[in-house]
Design a protein around this ligand. Sequence first.
Ligand code: GLY
Ligand code: MN
Ligand code: MN
Length: 462
Amino acid sequence: MFNKEIYIERRNNLKKSTKTGLIIIPGNGNSPISYKDNCYNFIQDSSFLYFFGLNSQDLIGVIDVDNNQEYIFGKEYTIDDIIWMGNQELFKNQALQVGIDNFKEIEELNSLISNSKNINQKILFTKQYRDANILKLSSLLDINPFNFNEYVSEELEKNISNLRNIKSKEEIIEIEKAVNITRDMHLEAMRNIKVGMKEFELAAIIEKIAKSFNATTSFQTICTVNGEILHNHSQNNTLKDGDLILLDCGARTNSGYCGDMTTVFPVSGKFSEVQKIFYSILIKMFEKAESLIKPGISYKEVHLSVCRVLIQEMINLNILKGDIEEILDSGAHALFFPHGLGHMLGMDVHDMENLGENIVGYEDGIVRSSQFGLKSLRLARTLQEGFVITVEPGIYFIPELIKKWKNQNNFSQYINYDEIDKYISIGGMRYEGDYLITADGSRRLGDKMPKYFYEIENIISK
Ligand code: GLY
Ligand code: MN
Ligand code: MN
């Protein structure tokens, strides 16, 4: 938890931008796995954590902008809780630590809402990603949970996103801690990889590192020899000589901030010559993005410049043919790079996407493309000092997609399908780093990470 002044300032900023209304920000409850008392690890809602700081279940934060009042509603601990949980700081005292002297029992929220309705005060809340919170708010506000999204305030979502987009120096310290644990997870995997291991055995080594820092993973670890399957959560393969591992994993610290990195490395410790060719293209794409990111450039522009590098290199290999700009406009290159270049990073690994991908990633007036590839660009907006973003280009040979496009003769004026067949065993590669946008450019967060193939080979051979 930060100093209470930080939470007070954040709420004041939200009041300033929202101007009027009753803002309701529900925290999360426990999420049962198989029966009520057997739950997933508790993860607090990140907007609640940002504005109200408390990392406990079933709290609701309320900001009455018109009357300049702030509340946390919940259920105060009783001896029944303490028997099962041990002694707890009372919520009314915890609330004081985040600058709130109005901790109230949850039942009292009903009368606050009734009063607010009686005076026609606007009641503002954001989209919710947990059914429990949809039901809770729907019941409190007497709305139909099936039409919940019709009642949410896009203006509030934008105001929250505009505040949380810009990371403070205290947040950057926390994100960098998460990135460094994430770095350790990757290095430990490189140091321990061996032919004959199962993917899940490598994942166990990786996740132990997070636990050893009292962190969790920030999302489900992707640890696979089939990197061309973009979100591959299966870990049953045995690692063979010649395979490349794609490792996309991250840590979430106990303060709630996340890291997110991807590396690819050879099981045997040495990249093959053909793997080196594509890995070097990948790093060229990555470095193109690195060289461009700074305040004032749109991330869509950066994404397109990275695509140009890919197209040029694929033309050099005779996999693509034609004019770079024509290929770029057509979207044919997305056969090999079907996702976007990155996303915001913070308390959520895809930070604030619960508020809406387009609210976080697109400015007003910028319409998200529906073209294959570009439609998956989650972050397109103009970069600003204080953003923390990922840079994660990839190159993939997805057999099912190649076969489908080939059968349909898709973009055959630009794609030499016969050449592709030679490289299908490359599978998939992605390289991902986490960046702070600074006043005049960017800074990669965390201690130095291996990037070039020889740096990775050096770590594996030690
Ligand atoms: N870990 C998913 C991603 O990199 O976006
Ligand atoms: Mn990732
Ligand atoms: Mn990512």
